[in-house]
Design a protein around this ligand. Structure first.
Ligand SMILES: [Mn+2]
Length: 396
């Protein structure tokens, strides 16, 4: 059955069949009392997706069993640090399952991977959990490339299947799927927050923003909320934080506002400081049709703290776009990784740059990727010079 969507969007309409299959899979799991576990990328978009869907699933589990704690017994949500479902996460999930099977006789879970799961990087982890009989639903908006992950996915929702340049994010998909799963669960502000965080400012975002405004979430507040959630998501690392994120993503009230203002202010200060540091060290080159900004971050004292090197590149790109009114490619360069942030009209694709690196420098162990204009490539730090030289050559 087609339950429609909160907004009018061709990409979503094209995914109705996948939404229907996903909804069936989730309802069946709940009816069979199968555990439902959500694994999502640990950023604001991933959290929006995971928290929205979990909030729709838990009441149905409680209703099905008449057990108020069913949401704790059968539903688990965990962020992944990596922008893919990692083998380390898969190992933990397998251990949890084996323990639950022994203690409670639980069947293998339905694992829902959100804002992750579609790409080649996800394959080893998905293949691993499939050995244990996990059911796998993927809700992602990253480019699936050659669809190598599909073999290990039971139901796959990804806007790339209908439109490779779709602006629909994982949070938007999660909010829509949550409503398919539980019809009265309508949280457009979570989709708007996800859109802000993932810089999706297209027609879909505009429609979610209008719906969110009707619920009392204005644009400037949503910007702060997005920043606050991104910051907290970074801080909590591996823990679920169910109640805390329900509070942050929930209805707007005094307690939430005070928290959001506090966190957003602190996050903004950290970003501003790192931006100033980056500006002092950035090397800017005028190239044919674009500006290349290289930000050397090796040895930065803030390694591993908020904001990420990707966000630093994003700030430098935004600044140069405004200053020079040109297409910008900003690279944050750290030992063993380079994070890319490009203007919307840049003629390069991070995933293609990665593929060339893998072919040309097979000894550098190149991994990673992301979106065409935003992603991180990782490699052996001892291959740093060759990698940077090759990237330089590709960006011409
Ligand atoms: Mn995302």
């Amino acid at each position: 059955m087609d339950k429609g969507f909160l907004i009018d969007d061709q990409d979503l309409k094209g995914l109705a069949k996948a939404f229907s299959d996903a909804t069936k899979l989730i309802h069946t799991a709940i009816n069979e009392r199968r555990p439902v576990w959500i694994r999502h990328h640990g950023d604001c978009d991933g959290y929006a997706a995971g928290v929205a869907l979990q909030s729709a699933i838990i009441p149905l589990m409680v209703q099905e069993t008449g057990d108020r704690s069913a949401g704790y017994k059968r539903c688990r949500r965990a962020p992944s640090r990596t922008p893919w479902y990692d083998i380390e996460d898969a190992t933990k999930d397998i251990m949890y399952h084996l323990e639950d099977r022994e203690r409670f006789g639980n069947p293998p879970p339905l694992l829902i991977v959100m804002d992750n799961g579609s790409t080649e990087e996800d394959v080893p982890a998905l293949e691993k959990v499939k050995v244990l009989g996990f059911q796998v639903l993927v809700v992602d908006h990253h480019d699936p490339g050659e669809n190598k992950a599909d073999k290990f996915i039971d139901v796959h929702i990804n806007p790339h299947q209908v439109n490779p340049s779709s602006e629909i994010t994982a949070g938007m998909l999660g909010v829509e799927l949550a409503r398919w799963v539980k019809e009265d669960f309508i949280v457009p502000h979570m989709a708007a927050v996800a859109g802000i965080a993932d810089r999706s400012r297209g027609k879909a975002y505009e429609q979610y923003l209008r719906l969110a405004e009707e619920e009392g979430f204005d644009g400037p507040y949503l910007e702060k909320l997005s920043l606050a959630i991104d910051h907290e998501a970074y801080l909590v690392r591996y823990s679920e934080g169910r109640q805390y994120f329900n509070l942050l993503f929930g209805a707007r009230d005094d307690r939430q506002e005070r928290l959001v203002m506090l966190i957003a202010k602190a996050a903004q200060e950290k970003k501003e400081q790192l931006f100033q540091d980056a500006k002092a060290h950035v090397k800017i080159e005028d190239r044919e049709g674009f500006i290349l900004a290289k930000i050397p971050l090796q040895g930065m004292t803030n390694r591993g703290t908020y904001p990420t090197i990707g966000k630093i590149a994003g700030m430098v790109r935004d600044w140069l776009e405004t200053e020079r009114k040109k297409t910008v490619i900003a690279l944050s360069i750290d030992a063993g990784r380079v994070s890319f942030r490009m203007s919307h009209d840049a003629a390069f694709d991070v995933n293609k740059i990665k593929t060339v690196l893998q072919e040309k420098l097979p000894h550098a162990n190149v991994t990673g990727g992301g979106h065409a204009h935003a992603g991180t490539i990782r490699f052996h730090a001892m291959a740093q010079d060759e990698i940077l030289k090759n990237i330089d050559e590709q960006l011409t």
